[in-house]
Design a protein around this ligand. Structure first.
Ligand code: ZN
Length: 99
């Protein structure tokens, strides 16, 4: 699968749904259910909206039962295990903020 961030086609399967990690830029991408997404990206938004070296870009497509696809996109701080910055995502409205 091609990375949506750098277009590299070198990626490794993450073992969850149909998600991959880019071997070049470490972006997490692909498709999975919302529950599977939360195994990869904990649905907690940091109060420190900064993109640091610990952050990974992610873009995941999550189809629901009726076939509508929600796109979850942003930067995930893998050290804090919190979302650093949300990007135009449907998750803006309902991801809880944490201290
Ligand atoms: Zn990439």
């Amino acid at each position: 699968m091609k990375c949506p961030a750098c277009a590299s086609d070198q990626s490794s399967f993450l073992g969850v749904g149909c998600t991959h990690e880019c071997q070049n830029c470490k972006t997490i991408f692909g498709s999975c259910t919302v529950a599977q997404k939360e195994q990869l990206i904990r649905p907690l938004v940091s109060h420190r909206p900064v993109i640091t070296a610990d952050c990974r870009y992610y873009k995941l497509n999550c189809p629901d039962e009726s076939g509508n696809v929600a796109i979850y996109e942003g930067w995930y701080n893998v050290k804090e295990q919190r979302i650093a910055v949300l990007k135009n995502g449907v998750n803006d409205s309902h991801e809880p903020q944490v201290e």
